[in-house]
Design a protein around this ligand. Structure first.
Ligand code: WTA
Length: 657
């Protein structure tokens, strides 16, 4: 944290919102949770509550002896228990006679479709598990996955889980360098990828980036390549193998390996306040319990529902709420490869109408984009199959919430605004659609079994009507078990700011009725369209460019994406600050990290405002960025901006923090 950004004063008080929406009577009458007794049970004895959920929702090969071992900040849940997640997601549904149930209605961006039943998914997962074994992958070995949104992606993840090989999925939009960093941190043996995928009507190459990454990732012994687009790719003899060749030759059965409850299920890298992404560790029994519990109850899942989480599997939302939660619950899901405006801006609404989607889970940035595109687009389609709407990834502003409710939900569907993080593994704060009266823009209350509190700078719980920092007061089953290879950073990042509590990095307000309002990050992490990006990571990418002397990056408020990345850049002596250079820098960052991290605006300045102790005053830069109407690529050395920074820096109190 720098320049005092994280003081209570920086947390603005949310506007008064007095509209309330009680659960619809019909839904409430048949909901999985119909009254508050679940909250009461969990409050009386959280461990007993989670133990009951673990035994009811999960099939154990061996029952656990101890519910929780808590050696702050290290937790072990359901100790002594053994299970296999792929068995929970597949075999047990097939054994119960539900093999013909559709697991995924998959739709490619060009319009090609595949319907995959639980029995078919199980068959593919067993074969691919044998493929991995054949490539020398053993229990405990890490496998990297870098793929578009095609069915082979969940197949690869579940095959890893079946043999106890932790996976590390890297979002397909990341660059070769980001992929390579993550492979090297995990020391993965095998990389599973594809020739490419479809984005905005054209094939997007992945294998080229995978090749570039492998060139600096010595641990990779084999690369498995799915043929998706049919574009030409280079296959390296001995290292690279086509998915279909290996699958054709693999044995059809592979029994699920019994794994300890605390066996590492996956690593997922996320941005923190330093340049190096953190490998968040999630394990088996506790994680599965929490994602199954939350998926069933937050979305009020019933037989016959068609569920669609429109996130990418490359992010935690896809891990927990496209793959593990829904499959553990035997749900039928839609899986869509592409963008929402291909071929038209009604693609999502067309999908919902055709598959009769009843539960939709997406991000506020998508909703705000749809708002801009207008009500005519959803208006062309019959959306009456919808019964529950979810939101995740960033604060949802009340206008977007109301638009979602009226124009997508036809004023009928409860909205569950779900707060959680890569680190929490599953949803933590959310309404339950059959019991919670919602307010537009509030994530309402912690779920049963979860302890959350807003505290002030001194760590004291705030009174109703006040703001502060969101903390979690007790361990929960899906919590991260640490940062891969760095226990000290784990303790320091999450458990040191407020002793005994988990610090989420988010500001929050408790209103007069005890509702929680999440206000966004209070640290140097930006949230752009629901993607977490570290200011430091973008700054180091900029400074890595040979013409750049110094850079400061801030997240400025943006109507559509929540925040937009604005970079203030000082160039080396003699370098001309041209529009072309600005363009080149934006491209450079996209190339180093990935297109999601590309700055929206680059502003050249002669100097960056600093505190006497030499820290860049990001808050001031953010004020400058937010106070101006910044175009998409304002890359000119704008003397007015520089002047403004200088004037404000002079007027600003010299903050020594
Ligand atoms: C933000 C995504 C407000 C928050 C699941 C958090 C939210 C970060 C919400 C985690 C929400 C997520 N309301 N803010 N409903 N959901 N956030 O790790 O700042 O990609 O710390 O996990 O997103 O992002 P991550």
């Amino acid at each position: 944290m720098t320049d005092g950004d994280a003081t209570g004063a920086a947390i603005d008080v949310f506007g008064l919102e007095d509209r309330t929406f009680p659960p619809p009577a019909l839904l409430a009458a048949a909901a999985n949770v119909r009254d508050l007794s679940l909250y009461e049970e969990a409050e009386r004895d959280p461990e007993a509550f989670w133990a009951r959920q673990a035994r009811e929702l999960v099939t154990w090969q061996r029952d656990f002896d101890t519910v929780l071992e808590w050696d702050l900040p290290f937790a072990k849940w359901f100790v002594g228990g053994q299970l296999n997640i792929s068995e929970n997601c597949l075999d047990r549904h097939v054994a119960a006679g539900r093999g013909d149930r559709v697991a995924f209605h998959w739709e490619g961006e060009p319009g090609d479709t595949r319907t995959i039943t639980y029995a078919e998914l199980l068959a593919d997962v067993q074969r691919f598990a044998n493929v991995l074994k054949g490539l020398g992958v053993e229990k405990g070995d890490r496998v990297n996955i870098y793929m578009p949104m095609i069915p082979e992606l969940p197949v690869a993840m579940l095959a890893c889980a079946r043999i106890g090989a932790p996976h590390s999925v890297v979002f397909g939009g990341f660059s070769a360098e980001s992929l390579s960093d993550r492979i090297n941190d995990a020391e993965a043996k095998v990389l599973v990828t594809a020739d490419g995928g479809y984005r905005r009507g054209a094939p997007a190459n992945l294998k080229g980036s995978a090749d570039a990454a492998c060139a600096s990732s010595p641990s990779i012994e084999h690369v498995v390549v799915v043929r998706r687009t049919g574009e030409a790719v280079t296959m390296l003899e001995g290292r690279d193998h086509w998915w279909h060749d290996l699958m054709g030759a693999a044995g059809p059965t592979c029994p699920p390996e019994p794994l300890d409850s605390e066996h590492l299920l996956y690593l997922l890298y996320t941005s923190g306040t330093t340049a190096k992404p953190k490998g968040i560790m999630h394990t088996t029994g506790g994680y599965l319990t929490q994602v199954a519990f939350t998926h069933k109850n937050v979305f009020d899942l019933h037989d016959g529902d068609v569920y669609w989480c429109a996130a990418d599997i490359g992010w935690v939302t896809g891990h927990s709420y496209i793959v593990y939660g829904p499959l553990a619950n035997g749900a039928t899901s839609v899986l869509y490869e592409g963008t929402p405006d291909t071929p038209g801006r009604d693609r999502w609404w067309d999908i919902i109408e055709r598959y009769k989607v009843s539960i939709l889970y997406c991000a506020p940035t998508a909703i705000r984009t749809f708002m801009k595109w207008g009500t005519a687009e959803p208006g062309k389609h019959d959306l009456s199959s919808l019964r529950v709407l979810g939101s995740v990834g960033e604060p949802i502003n009340p206008e977007a919430w109301m638009w979602y409710r009226e124009h997508i939900g036809g004023d009928q569907c409860p909205i569950v605004d779900t707060w959680w993080q890569t680190e929490t593994g599953g949803i933590m704060i959310s309404p339950l659609p059959g019991v919670t009266t919602t307010k537009p823009g509030s994530a309402t209350f912690p779920l049963p079994g979860i302890g959350a509190e807003v505290v002030d700078d001194a760590g004291k719980a705030v009174d109703r009507g006040s703001g502060g920092y969101l903390t979690l007061t007790r361990p929960w089953p899906g919590m991260l078990r640490g940062i891969y290879g760095d226990p000290d950073r784990y303790r320091e990042t999450y458990w040191s700011r407020f002793p005994g509590r988990y610090f989420a990095g988010d500001g929050a307000k408790l209103d007069d009725d005890g509702y929680l309002w999440l206000l966004g990050r209070v640290d140097d992490v930006m949230n752009v369209s629901g993607h977490r990006i570290s200011t430091t990571e973008v700054e180091s990418a900029l400074v890595d460019h040979q013409e750049v002397a110094e850079a400061a990056v801030v997240g400025a408020k943006d109507e559509t994406t929540g925040q937009a990345i604005v970079a203030f850049v000082t160039v080396k002596g003699g370098v001309a600050t041209t529009r072309e250079l600005g363009e080149e820098l934006r491209h450079h960052v996209a190339h180093k990290i990935g297109p999601t991290a590309r700055p929206k605006t680059v502003i050249f300045t002669d100097d960056l405002p600093k505190t006497r102790s030499g820290k860049i005053m990001r808050r001031l830069l953010r004020d400058v960025a937010e106070g101006r109407d910044l175009g998409d690529t304002t890359t000119l050395a704008d003397p007015a901006v520089v002047e403004e920074i200088r004037r404000r820096a002079e007027a600003a109190p010299q903050d020594e923090s």
